[in-house]
Design a protein around this ligand. Sequence first.
Ligand SMILES: [Co+2]
Length: 298
Amino acid sequence: MDDDEFEKVIKAGKIASEARNYAAGLIKPGAKVLDVCEEAERAILSKGAKPAFPCNLSINDEAAHYSPLINDEKIIPEGSVVKLDIGAHIDGYVVDTAVTVSLSNKYDELRLASLDALEAAIANFRAGIRVGELGHVIERTIKSRGFKPIWNLGGHLIRRYVLHAGVFIPNVSQRDPNQIRPDETYAIEPFATTGRGEVKEGKQVTIYSLRTNNVKKIGKEEEELITVIQERFSTLPFNERWLADKLNVTELRGKLSYLAKKGILTAYPVLLEVNGGTVSQHEHTLIDRKGEIVVVTK
Ligand SMILES: [Co+2]
């Protein structure tokens, strides 16, 4: 990563972190999920970056991947635990960050469990550390507060225009020999839960990404939609709201789910805690830059 690229990551990080703090302040009982997310995305755009994926606002046992739909009427319930997960990019240089807002004192400890785990992981993060060692630190911290880490969610290497670029940073101790490398961008995202510590895919899908543009045997309108998706989002995730100017809602939903069935799009179902446990999450993007640990979304 040269200085120019690093500067883009730093700038995207500052923008994402400001948007996260601003939108987290809008999370109140009775607020619309759609309004909070649109504000977060607008805040990113207004500062000269682009959202790297649709704003995720996942509530209680939804661990991740709920992004509001067109005209979504979903409301943030009283006493709920809300995860706001957003990303920004400049020229494909992506950052990813998340925060939990607990609307009930009952879940303060749960919120602190993922926050402490993130801080502990950051304190141990450096080039050369094994990713499984970071998982160990995360697991120990979450369990010390009496909760479970979610084993099948975790952090990830980020590359240009690629949000999940292969290396997985577990939230539990693992023998994975992969090491953190200098000058690479990583997201670390501990999830803590009152449940079993595992997520499953729900039925609802609100987020997609382009998997291949090797399209055969599809209609002209579908082909045009793929072209728009490629131009606007490249291989980064998107949601129907960002294509609302192209087709009416019914047609758009139909075509997106058809293209996912065909394997042209990847669909990301909402992820639910298997036992219905409540979930908290915190996330930052980091780089070991010439021996200095830079938390770009601080
Ligand atoms: Co992430």
